[in-house]
Design a protein around this ligand. Structure first.
Ligand SMILES: *[C@@H]1O[C@H](CO)[C@@H](O)[C@H](O)[C@H]1NC(C)=O
Ligand SMILES: *[C@@H]1O[C@H](CO)[C@@H](O)[C@H](O)[C@H]1NC(C)=O
Ligand SMILES: *[C@@H]1O[C@H](CO)[C@@H](O)[C@H](O)[C@H]1NC(C)=O
Ligand SMILES: *[C@@H]1O[C@H](CO)[C@@H](O)[C@H](O)[C@H]1NC(C)=O
Ligand SMILES: *[C@@H]1O[C@H](CO)[C@@H](O)[C@H](O)[C@H]1NC(C)=O
Ligand SMILES: *[C@@H]1O[C@H](CO)[C@@H](O)[C@H](O)[C@H]1NC(C)=O
Ligand SMILES: *[C@@H]1O[C@H](CO)[C@@H](O)[C@H](O)[C@H]1NC(C)=O
Ligand SMILES: *[C@@H]1O[C@H](CO)[C@@H](O)[C@H](O)[C@H]1NC(C)=O
Length: 336
């Protein structure tokens, strides 16, 4: 499941980046933008990664940036260490990134020596649609001030070293398609305010240390994808389901959720359901046989009774069902 989601995320990034092909124009670069970029390069300690940023050339041709085709203002800054092995990249995100006023996309990716916290200067980027800071060594909180970036559609802060609790203000982002805060060290509970997202984002909060119960307010939302796996969440998760929803993927695995699955009604659209390693009781509802499931895992719970026959349920092996209280029937041994 985690792999599926990671691949999904990387694909979205690639698709997204391909929307901004490099442009090469005869010195059209805005002089203000060029000055700021050179400051950013300096603030990042002149990394080898930015060797192409030569003040004597058109900044619209530089590696890692893209200019708008009409205005020639910098709209995309993508700093990632992928192919060059010895970049000697060691720095913090410089506040100078806030001085590229037309930036729509800002990416820091695969930079283990990028440290420090997310600078408030980012809030100056009012046109920002995508902020991806992932696979870095960034620490400190998920800043509440990110809620000021009203045009954000993608916010990805996964695979970092962020701590503290999730700021309730993020639900004030009105255009969010996806929110990735997974693979950090976040604590506290999921904010109640998350039930008031105007547009419901794909929500990825897995691999943190989140505690408490899933707020009842989330039950009102119709998520496409929700991944809360590998936290310390407790209590009822049945509110996330419902026959009227159009949810595709729900991953709640490896928490401490305690609820009765017997009467849960599932969205017909559900393809991935991972509930392994919780404290879920009751039996498997017959409604599961109506689903076109591609991934299903209820192992390591306290379920009982016969596995319903039909649909995709017998296409999974015993490892999707083992370690329960008294589940029985194919693919597990027959009921007594
Ligand atoms: C690596 O970074 C350090 C500190 O910023 C600098 O002194 C050194 O010259 C850099 N080495 C290379 C090969 O760029
Ligand atoms: C990160 O910094 C350490 C120590 O300064 C260095 O050994 C390592 O090569 C750096 N890694 C990258 C990817 O720059
Ligand atoms: C991440 O940063 C911490 C200090 O904030 C440091 O101890 C650790 O070595 C860094 N990890 C990597 C992979 O650079
Ligand atoms: C957000 O985007 C819309 C349309 O792309 C634009 O008209 C608006 O000015 C942007 N908002 C800000 C604060 O830049
Ligand atoms: C997070 O920080 C710890 C130590 O502070 C370090 O061991 C670990 O590698 C860091 N994680 C990342 C993703 O850099
Ligand atoms: C599903 O939606 C219909 C109409 O929107 C409503 O009448 C019905 O009560 C809903 N059922 C459930 C289970 O929420
Ligand atoms: C599982 O749930 C039962 C009943 O609610 C409770 O008694 C038990 O302590 C829970 N076990 C764990 C490991 O959370
Ligand atoms: C289901 O979860 C269990 C426990 O983590 C794991 O051993 C098993 O491989 C999983 N099965 C599938 C099909 O993902």
């Amino acid at each position: 499941m985690a792999i599926t989601i990671t691949v999904f995320r990387l694909c979205s990034l690639l698709i997204f980046l391909s929307l901004y092909p490099s442009v090469s124009l005869s010195d059209r670069c805005n002089p203000k933008d060029k000055k700021v970029l050179l400051q950013i390069k300096k603030d990042l300690n002149n990394p080898y990664l930015l060797a192409s940023w030569d003040p004597d050339t058109d900044c619209c041709t530089w590696y890692s940036v893209d200019c708008d085709l009409k205005t020639h203002r910098i709209i995309s800054l993508v700093i990632k260490d992928s192919t060059i092995p010895d970049t000697n990249f060691s720095a913090q995100i410089p506040p100078s990134v806030g001085d590229l006023p037309y930036l729509e996309s800002l990416v820091f990716h695969n930079l283990p020596n990028l440290t420090g916290s997310i600078p408030p200067a980012i809030t100056k980027l009012t046109h920002l649609k995508s902020l991806w800071i992932f696979w870095t060594n960034l620490s400190g909180p998920v800043p509440s001030f990110l809620s000021q970036l009203k045009n954000l559609t993608f916010l990805d802060l996964s695979f970092n070293n962020l701590t503290g609790s999730i700021p309730p203000s993020l639900s004030e982002l009105p255009n969010l398609d996806a929110l990735h805060l997974d693979r950090n060290k976040l604590t506290g509970s999921i904010p109640d305010s998350f039930g008031s997202f105007k547009k419901v984002p794909n929500l990825y909060l897995s691999h943190n240390q989140l505690t408490g119960t899933i707020p009842a307010s989330l039950g009102k939302l119709d998520f496409n994808i929700i991944d809360l796996s590998r936290n310390k969440l407790q209590g009822d998760a049945s509110i996330l389901f419902g026959s009227n929803k159009t949810t595709l993927m729900i991953d709640l695995s490896r928490n401490s959720l305690t609820f009765d699955l017997t009467k849960v009604e599932f969205p017909k659209s559900l393809t991935n359901l991972d509930l392994n390693h919780n404290n879920i009781s009751g039996s498997l509802p017959a409604g599961l046989t109506a689903l076109n499931l591609q991934l299903f895992n209820v192992s390591y719970n306290r379920l009982c009774g016969q596995i319903p026959v039909g649909g995709e349920l017998q296409s999974f092996d015993i490892y999707s069902y083992f370690h329960n209280k008294c589940l029985c029937g194919s693919p597990l041994p027959a009921c007594k």
